[in-house]
Design a protein around this ligand. Structure first.
Ligand code: NDP
Ligand code: 8X3
Length: 255
């Protein structure tokens, strides 16, 4: 029934932006490969979205190169021709100053946001290229990749990597018809802040209080738009922020 639908391969599909992409692409009739570490959530998604479209789920830590390779090699035939890759798996850890940060947190952000994203992208490239004109890599970057802020340190730097990697990747694979986009959201209400604050829900409430952040679905809407543009159109970077989120002026330290 769904065999001819294009396939979207979505990491970070168990929560937030990735999960919203799974729902939005399913509504648009795409077949889905959904990736995350939390098996129960994947199973729930498989059951709910599977009523509408073909869904393949895989429990996977994107930082584990060998496991990523195994999952991609073992994609069942209806899911093998990947048309769109959405790299949403990612996280921030901590919001204190660099000098008070835990080095292990820095490594984990680098491992997930950079190494994990690179693992999945490199190993899926042959399938995207085979898919041909109109195939798309959508990397979820962040406004933090452009705009530094106190406590952003390694997180912002990983997102700057995502932006530059997206551009440089595009230099090589555009000739194959594959598009690359750095989709860079601002404040989006998801489990992101709970993860960043290591489960401290009181901080999360304060962070969103009185603000009207983006919802994951707002970002997913942009991802679908990018994926369904005519094949000759490549949005290279799309930054989307909630109206309530503003830039700050420069701060001057004085004696
Ligand atoms: P969530 O915390 O809601 O979702 C993060 C997702 O990443 C989860 O599905 C989680 O799944 C997955 N994930 C984390 N680590 C791994 C791993 N090692 N292997 C596989 N999956 C992993 O956050 P968001 O949806 O908000 O974040 C998605 C992306 O958007 C991130 O890259 C984030 O940096 C970026 N972003 C978020 C913004 C925000 O304000 N929320 C703004 C700008 C960018 P599981 O735990 O099941 O593995
Ligand atoms: C997350 C957006 O503003 O919290 O990438 O850094 S922000």
């Amino acid at each position: 029934m769904h065999e001819t639908s294009p396939v979207a391969f979505i990491t970070g599909a168990t929560s937030g932006i990735g999960e919203a992409c799974a729902h939005r692409f399913a509504e648009a009739g795409w077949s889905l490969v959904l990736i995350g570490r939390r098996r129960e959530r994947l199973e729930t998604l498989r059951q709910s979205l599977g009523e509408r479209v073909s869904v393949h789920v895989a429990e996977l830590d994107v930082t584990d190169h060998d496991a990523v390779a195994r999952i991609i090699d073992a994609l069942p035939p209806p899911f093998a021709a990947v048309r769109v890759l959405i790299n949403s798996a990612g996280l921030a850890l901590g919001k204190g100053p660099a000098q008070a940060s835990d080095l292990a947190d820095w490594h984990r952000m680098i491992d997930t946001n950079i190494t994990g994203l690179v693992n999945v992208t490199r190993l899926l490239l042959p399938r995207l290229i085979e898919s041909g004109a109109g195939a798309t890599v959508i990397n979820i970057g962040s406004i933090a990749g452009h705009t530094p802020y106190p406590g952003g340190h390694v997180y912002g730097a990983t997102k700057a990597f995502v932006e530059q990697f997206s551009y440089n990747l595009r230099c090589d694979i555009s000739a194959e018809g594959v598009r690359v986009t750095d989709l860079a959201p601002g404040m989006t209400e998801s489990e992101f802040t709970l993860v960043r604050m290591k489960g401290d829900a009181s901080v999360v409430g304060d962070y969103y209080r009185g603000a009207r952040p983006l919802q994951p679905r707002d970002v997913a809407e942009q991802a679908l738009h990018i994926a369904e543009l005519p094949p000759h159109v490549n949005i290279t970077r799309l930054e989307v922020a909630p109206l309530c989120q503003q830039w700050s002026p420069f701060t001057v330290l004085r004696d």
